[in-house]
Write a protein that binds this ligand. Structure first.
Ligand code: PBG
Length: 339
């Protein structure tokens, strides 16, 4: 973004009246500095086993867990609306979870089957998959617990295999969300070695240890036994933003194509700093708790939920995001189309 020659703006009041351009809808549109469009939206969906299944997530009004066949129908509608990318999160049945999350590397697991089925039915839309073990582990951590600690290098070795089975199933965008050190470079080298030089990596680069992930963990059943530090030994401290720049720099140096700041609304300052510092494709995740707050307040009649949702998504664009992951992607794309 270029900097205006402030404070060399010529006219004082009353020659300058900043309200002039605000007087009509057309002139407001004409001078709008940013605009949200369906192509900016990434839609996260929760996938379950079964057929014809649609299971509401209690803490996320309007969000359902979908079986693969239903997901195909819904993703088709999203594609029709111009949404370019969907992010798949598997709801792994409790009996398939283990302490080491080995289900994550099975090429026949739920998320790999979902990727193959959606890709076959809808080759034109992009598919993104998380790389992290939390949907698959009994404790709900993103990595391997060894002697009560999340073991970095041992975890990375598993994440690499997870990324490979997903890409081999047809996933277009690999999205490591685990916050282990060194995982981007290791995954990039493994993808190259396996002849996937064009596989995209969107790194959850600046991901904070946040209370706003609560409803997501309800949706996945992954919040149960995180222990007294929660995920604070690998996800970032909400107090920090210089550190976010180091995280992003490391991931770009290791071969990330795109980076993400997460959560969204409480971290708009971090988003702006990242975009200004690196000028690379930068995304924000409006996470489950943010979505839930807006929806709940709208349902309670405390505010106009739809307008508040649009405004908060516009805020991400203004703060420098190239795109936003939001559970409201389909609703918003419909509203944007309707004008
Ligand atoms: C898993 C993951 C999480 C989210 C996306 N990937 C949760 C977590 O780190 O505990 C959160 C998304 C949301 O809250 O909407 N690593």
């Amino acid at each position: 973004m270029s900097r205006p020659a402030w404070p060399l703006v010529p006219a004082p009041f009353p020659q300058a009246r900043l309200r002039r351009t605000r007087m009509q809808r057309w002139s407001r549109d004409l001078v709008a500095e940013t605009a949200l469009k369906p192509a900016d939206l990434i839609w996260p969906i929760f996938v379950i086993e079964g057929n014809g299944m649609r299971q509401p997530v209690k803490t996320m009004p309007g969000v359902d867990r979908l079986s693969i066949d239903v997901a195909i129908d819904e993703v088709a509608k999203a594609a029709e609306l111009g949404i370019p990318l969907v992010a798949l999160f598997p709801v792994v049945p409790a009996e398939r979870k283990t302490a080491d999350g080995r289900e994550a590397v099975d090429p026949e697991n739920l998320v790999c089957r979902a990727v193959r089925a959606i890709k076959r039915a809808l080759p034109e839309i992009g598919i993104m998959c998380d790389v992290a073990l939390d949907p698959f582990t009994t404790h709900g951590h993103d990595g391997l617990l060894i002697d009560g600690r999340i073991a970095n290098d041992e975890t990375v070795a598993v994440l690499v295999k997870q990324a490979l089975v997903q890409v081999e199933a047809g996933c277009d965008v690999t999205a490591p969300s685990d916050m282990m050190d060194g995982r981007i470079g290791t995954i990039r080298r493994a993808l190259d070695a396996a002849n996937h030089p064009d596989a995209l990596i969107l790194s959850y680069a600046a991901k904070y240890a946040s209370a706003f992930y609560g409803p997501f963990r309800d949706a996945l059943g992954s919040g149960g036994e995180l222990g007294k530090h929660g995920k604070a030994t690998y996800q970032m401290d909400p107090a920090n933003s210089d550190e976010a720049l180091r995280e992003v720099a490391a991931d770009l140096a290791e071969g990330a194509d795109m980076v993400m700041v997460k959560p969204g609304m409480p971290y708009l300052d971090v988003l702006r700093r990242v975009k200004d510092a690196f000028a690379v494709p930068t995304f924000a995740y409006q996470v489950s708790g943010e979505y839930a707050m807006l929806k709940a307040a709208g349902q309670a009649g405390y505010l106009d939920g739809d307008r508040a949702m649009l405004e908060s998504l516009a805020g991400f664009k203004r703060a420098g995001a190239d795109g936003v992951l939001t559970y409201a992607a389909v609703d918003i794309a419909k509203r944007l189309k309707a004008g």
